[in-house]
Design a protein around this ligand. Sequence first.
Ligand SMILES: [Zn+2]
Length: 168
Amino acid sequence: MGEVDFMLVNKLASSVGPVFNRSVDILKGMKMPHEGYNVIRNQFYSQVILSKIERTKANNREKVIAICEEDLYLPDEAYILGWSDHLSGTAVVSLYRMRQEFYGLPEDEKKIYPRLFKEAIHQLAHLFDLTECRNPKCVNYFSQMMLDIDNKSDRFCDICRRRLISAV
Ligand SMILES: [Zn+2]
């Protein structure tokens, strides 16, 4: 959604399918919904994005995840890295704070994809009814800070893996 590096999207699409035992299609890009933009916060309201992508679903079994470069928020949160709604089967992940430039550090392309992958897996796990994990090494661990994402692995712990097998 919006201007996003297609290489990242492509790489993500080919990696997430096997994790959830599903086929993955890359949908046509969309503009960021201007009605979701908050001028004061200079962020996009995540729920508006989920409502927009929900309309692209062909059926209830499909899950849709949007990737964007813009910063996202919820009314009670200063920012969010990702958000999902398991009832509508939709999720969104923002690359905004995954970029080293956000922290005033030099650009580091190598850091972006692993962060995107872990956050996308975490959000998609919600869509398959997994609740957040308390194991800080599990990819399904709730990550508020980038350090949490960097410190966790890109795999599910044994408990989450077993829960996922029964969900998919
Ligand atoms: Zn876990």
